[in-house]
Write a protein of this length. Structure first.
Length: 465
């Protein structure tokens, strides 16, 4: 039933009326009535008019009034929510000004005028801290329908923010002469944008930088010191990839897989760290900017890779005669089929082996076991060779023995004393050279600079004297 209320501010009287529409044929008895019935109340009514029928208000108490108030407030809030959702839902990506109002955990609640918006932690810049009352420029990220009403989500970390700031600072971008074709950003660290000019007389990079860098510096200050790389856009993916790794200089670019968008970029050895960037930041941003997967290698790494591939192609295989457990007649049959190495034999499937005349399923199993044992022995041998240098490092080296020997033999004319007093007994010699006892220190004549022959000649000379 359609009701209408009238309030008298002087007396405080509230009158409630039931509104009936005058029609020729009644479809809704609660809200409509015929012309004949309406003229019984008001003879001047015509079809299309309204008749107000008073309703008794004496039965309306406090509870009914409170219920009516709650219903009215709920309808008003729903209308406001729908209005806010419809207003901001189509404004995604728009740059707006707001004021920090309060904090809810790591999120920041900002006042946008007609409504509040949420700045989540993931949409905040790492370099920024916020205080109550701070004025911010943000972009509208999305509008979510929540139980409490539409929630506007804004961002300070989205690449669109940088694009909107350039549109404000660069007139050529605002009027469409220069276009921002791609943007990649790691908020608080670095941003890369690719620009293209529709006018050949306008330099897109120079227009964005401005006189003495004034335009780009204004944006850098707004982003609290975030670095910005401005790169000329190119439809040629190879040329675009070379420029995207700025400031590093690229030697060459190769397309590995065009369907899966995979590139290989080669740089000089001295440029590798610059091309990769801090924690891989430069190559990540370049990959996002061009939309391709990027692998970066130095000239030395690429050379070693090519040499390894060439060595694998030219390396001789292991002859089948070194394969244990397979008889010579079976080897002759396999070689007659064109397989002459163990490596080629390992690549063959059981179906290919059984296709060789004179080789059955049991022989195939025997061959496969022999091939597996052959490669296993090679792996064990390589592991043993790799472990041997480690064991040598754990043992005291010869250099340490040389040092101990040099410390054990006193400097000075000790040899002359031995030559001058050959008649002294062994005990006397031990008293003269207390540190040279063979049971205390091992002396290496080679490391001390004297060979075994020189030592023997010295002993013979001492005996003759």
């Amino acid at each position: 039933e359609n009701l209408r209320a009238k309030f008298n501010p002087e007396t405080g009287q509230i009158d409630v009326y039931s509104v009936r529409a005058v029609v020729d044929e009644v479809a809704d008895p609660k809200n409509e009535m015929t012309l004949s019935d309406a003229r019984k109340v008001d003879p001047q009514l015509e079809v299309g008019g309204e008749l107000l029928i008073p309703k008794p208000t004496g039965v309306l108490g406090r509870i009914a009034a409170q219920t009516a108030k709650q219903v009215i407030m709920q309808k008003v809030r729903e209308a406001e929510r729908d209005t806010i959702f419809n207003e901001y839902n189509g404004r995604a990506g728009e740059l707006v000004n707001c004021i920090v109002k309060r904090f809810e955990g790591p999120d920041v609640i900002v006042d946008m005028g007609r409504t509040e918006a949420r700045l989540p932690k993931r949409e905040q810049s790492r370099l920024e801290t916020y205080n109550l009352g701070d004025r911010l420029r943000v972009v509208i990220k999305a509008v979510d329908r929540a139980a409490k009403g539409p929630q506007v989500v804004v961002s300070r970390a989205d690449p669109v923010l940088v694009q909107r700031l350039f549109e404000m600072e660069v007139p050529e971008i605002y009027d469409g002469t220069v276009q921002i074709r791609a943007a990649a950003r790691e908020a608080g660290e670095r941003t890369k944008i690719a620009v293209l000019s529709r006018d050949k007389d306008v330099d897109p990079v120079g227009a964005c930088v401005g006189m003495k860098g004034m335009r780009v510096q204004s944006i850098i200050r707004e982003l609290r010191g975030e670095k910005i790389d401005i790169i000329p856009y190119s439809e040629d993916i190879i040329a675009f990839a070379q420029k995207s790794l700025s400031p590093a200089k690229v030697t060459r670019v190769q397309i590995v897989d065009s369907e899966n968008h995979h590139l290989e970029i080669i740089v000089e050895d001295t440029q590798l760290s610059l091309a990769i960037g801090k924690k891989g930041q430069n190559v990540r941003l370049a990959s996002k900017l061009i939309g391709w997967n990027v692998d970066i290698k130095s000239e030395e790494e690429k050379r070693q890779e090519i040499e390894a591939q060439m060595a694998a192609l030219t390396a001789p295989g292991t002859p089948l005669s070194e394969l244990n457990g397979v008889g010579p007649k079976t080897i002759e049959k396999i070689e007659a089929h064109g397989v002459t190495t163990v490596e080629k034999l390992a690549d063959m499937t059981p179906e290919q082996l059984t296709a060789i005349p004179g080789i059955g399923e049991k022989m195939v199993e025997k061959i496969q076991l022999a091939v597996a044992a052959h490669f296993q022995s090679i792996e064990q041998q390589q592991a043993a060779e790799a472990a041997q240098p480690a064991e040598l490092e754990e043992q005291p080296g010869e250099a340490e023995q040389v040092v101990a020997s040099e410390e054990a033999v006193p400097e000075g004319p000790a040899p002359e004393k031995l030559d001058a007093a050959p008649e002294q007994n062994t005990e006397g010699n031990q008293e003269t050279l207390p540190h040279a006892a063979p049971d205390q220190v091992e002396v290496s004549p080679e490391k001390l600079g004297a060979s075994e022959d020189e030592t023997v000649e010295r002993e013979e000379k001492s005996t003759e004297e």
